[in-house]
Design a protein around this ligand. Structure first.
Ligand SMILES: NC(=O)c1ccc[n+]([C@@H]2O[C@H](COP(=O)([O-])OP(=O)(O)OC[C@H]3O[C@@H](n4cnc5c(N)ncnc54)[C@H](OP(=O)(O)O)[C@@H]3O)[C@@H](O)[C@H]2O)c1
Length: 283
C-alpha cells in the first residue's frame, strides 16, 4: 500500500513522516512537496507538487492508495487548492483521503479559518472517495512561540480573555494521523482532536512565571489593540489582525474541547503545557 503525504516539508508533515517510517516501510511512503530542496533527509520518495497546479498533483498521486491531505497554509486559497488535490486523487484512483481540518469546523467561532475547512469537508463527501476528518485543535506551539517575547517583555500579551484552550503539541496531532493511517475502521469518521487539559492564557503566563522564577502576568487587551501590538512587533497588518481575531475566537472557547478523543486515539496523554513551555524556554 502506498501512502502520500502533502505538506511534507512543513512542521506537521515532517513529524508524520518520521513517525510513519517506524510503522510502515519507508518505501511505501511518498512525500508530496512544493519545494524539493527542503525535503532532503526525509528518507522517503519525494515528488514535487503544488496545490495550485493540477498537473503536478496528477503526477504526484500516480499509484497512491492513501493520501494524508495536510491542509494548505495559504489561507484564502485553500478551498480551491484542496479541490485540486481531491480531483487529482479521483483521477488516480486513490482509495482513502485523511484530511487535517479544524476543531469543531462546522460550529466554530473562527469563521475566517473554518469556512475553507467546511468547504473541503463537503468536497470530500461529494467525491465518494473514503475519507477521515482529523479536526485538529490549536497547536500549543502557536502560543509557546511567544514565550521568549513574554519573558523579555515581562508580560504575556493576548486578547483571549479567560477562554479555555485545549491545545496539543504538533507531535500529538502527528501521532493521531499516523494512528489513523496505520489503523483499521477509520473511514467515514470525524475526530475532534484537542489536548487533554484546557488552560487559559493566565494559566500559561503562570506556568512561564513558575519555570523562569520571574513574574510574567497575562495582559489581556481588546482585539484591535492586540493587533496593533503585533504589528509593532513586525507582523504584516493582515496577519496581525488575523492572529488577534483568533484570540477573540479563543475567548469564546472556540479552542475548547474536553472529549479527550486525541489521547484515546494515540494511546497516550497529550503533551502537557508545562513540557511545551519548557521546550520553548530552551529556544
Ligand atoms: N491547528 C493549528 O493550530 C494550525 C496552525 C497553523 C496552521 N495549521 C494548518 O495545518 C497545516 C500544517 O501545519 P504546519 O505547522 O505543518 O504548517 P507549515 O509548517 O506552515 O507547513 C505548511 C506546508 O504546506 C506547504 N504548502 C504551502 N502552500 C503550498 C502549495 N501551494 N502547494 C504545496 N504545498 C504547499 C508548505 O510547503 P513549503 O515548505 O514549500 O512552504 C509546507 O510544507 C497548515 O498548512 C495549516 O493549514 C494549523
Amino acid at each position: 500500500m502506498k501512502i502520500a503525504i502533502t505538506g511534507a516539508t512543513g512542521h506537521l508533515g515532517r513529524l508524520v513522516i518520521s513517525r510513519l517510517k517506524s510503522r510502515v516501510p519507508a518505501s511505501s511512503i511518498v512525500a508530496l512537496v512544493r519545494t524539493p530542496a527542503k525535503a532532503e533527509g526525509l528518507g522517503v520518495e519525494v515528488r514535487q507538487t503544488d496545490y495550485s497546479s493540477p498537473a503536478t498533483l496528477d503526477a504526484g498521486l500516480k499509484g497512491m492508495d492513501t493520501l494524508l491531505l495536510i491542509s494548505s497554509s495559504e489561507v484564502g486559497h485553500r478551498a480551491a487548492q484542496h479541490q485540486n488535490v481531491i480531483d487529482a486523487a479521483l483521477n488516480n484512483g486513490v482509495k482513502w483521503i485523511v484530511y487535517t481540518s479544524l476543531l469543531h469546523a462546522d460550529t466554530s467561532h473562527m469563521a475566517s479559518l473554518a469556512s475553507e475547512h467546511i468547504g473541503t469537508e463537503a468536497a470530500l463527501k461529494r467525491s465518494k472517495i473514503a475519507y477521515t476528518l482529523l479536526r485538529n485543535g490549536w497547536y500549543t506551539e502557536n502560543y509557546t512561540a511567544s514565550v521568549p517575547a513574554a519573558v523579555s517583555g515581562g508580560a504575556f500579551l493576548g486578547s483571549a480573555g479567560e477562554g479555555k484552550i485545549s491545545s496539543a503539541a504538533r507531535a500529538d496531532y502527528a501521532d493521531a494521523a499516523v494512528a489513523v493511517l496505520t489503523g483499521q475502521g477509520h473511514e467515514g469518521k470525524t475526530y475532534e482532536l484537542a489536548g487533554d487539559t484546557a488552560y487559559t492564557l493566565s494559566d500559561l503566563a503562570a506556568e512561564i512565571s513558575r519555570q523562569t522564577g520571574k513574574t510574567i502576568p497575562y495582559r489581556n487587551m481588546p482585539e484591535s489593540e492586540y493587533a496593533e501590538v503585533l504589528q509593532s512587533f513586525g507582523l504584516p497588518e493582515a496577519v496581525a489582525k488575523a492572529y488577534a481575531n483568533f484570540d477573540t475566537g479563543a475567548s469564546a472557547n472556540a479552542l475548547f474541547d474536553d472529549s479527550r478523543t486525541l489521547s484515546s486515539l494515540i494511546g497516550h496523554p497529550t503533551t502537557p503545557l508545562s513540557s511545551s513551555v519548557a521546550e520553548a524556554l530552551k529556544q
